[in-house]
Design a protein. Sequence first.
Length: 408
Amino acid sequence: MARLLTGLSLGYFLVMLDTTIVTVALPSLSPSLADQQWISNGYTLTFAAFLLTAGAWSDRFGARRVFFTGLLSFAALSLLSAVSPSPVALIALRALLGVAGALLVPSSLSLIAAAYPVPAARAKAMGVWAAVSGTGLVAGPLLGGVLTQAFGWRAIFLVNVPVALLAVALSRSAPPTPPKPGRVDWVGQVSAVVALSTLTYALVESMFWLLLVSSAAAAVFVASQRRPDAMLPVSLLSRNLLAGAIVNFGLSGVLFVLSLYFQQSRGYSPSTTGLAFLPLTIPTAFNPIFTGRLVARIGSRIPAVAGFLLMSSGALLQAFFPALSVVALALLGFGVSLAIPSLLTAVVGSAPRELAGIAGGALNASRQTGAVLGVAVLGALLNATTTTTALAAAGGLLLIGALLFPGS
């Protein structure tokens, strides 16, 4: 069982690694700022857009099949990215990598739910899964810098191939998950992809007229989900999904604001800025294991609320006492590594087993949407006001997240 959990966790590790590993290599990938932005954002956009659909596919076609399809696709696309002849080709391949990454997240959660039917054991397993992914988040900038400097930028994509193949070998014992009978909800899937992708694109590119398209697609999606055989049953909608959006709004928004603050106000270099974030990122690599055990013992509500309160305290401390950055970032790191595993357990654990994939997809889609909104909203607030105001706004919203979370 430990081999299986390691393999499933490595799938999510790859997804998180690829969100950050390209960051330090961007100047080597293209001299064009627009190319650099889309090499990074192309992955984020498709990953966010396809999470909900990937959850539906996981339930409809079987989580085991979708997980292995995602892993093998990720390996193949990474290999093609390493030999990419141009920035345009690399942008397209990164977008496809985002789709493959979306396939891995809800399917791995669904397989964990199937392999660990006892709630306490499932909570511990999800803590390990979240901790391994946190390691990927931490390792990305450091590994990307080392590989790019030693072997060139192509190495940051080649490294994915052996990791994906190892995950395939370790996950071969994944339990079969019978496909959910019924028709494919094409209207729901297409409208969800259009709504999420246009929302992400509108915020990334400041093309706010696209918000009308996103709103129209969202309205179609909501209307289509009123049917009994809908992709996202109404029973899965809860305040937990909104709490998931808030936690990533706070995390991604604060990271964005502080990245600019450290480099523009404090004069840090990019590498020094990466090191400055270690008090935040290191707890995400080990604390989720503790959180999983805690949730198994006392339930998800208390750890989740504590996580939101710690994140809020960290953002407010950074806002009003910037000299205490190390303490503030540590509070954020421990807070997020309490909140996210608790959310995962509450959402996936409370869903029927045959809907675990779409439940995980819905949570991660809301989280990714919250991340995009966090960067856009706090970035705009930073541009119009001050760093203090932007961070204080994030701290206030995280306090609301603590009040919203119903737990389980």
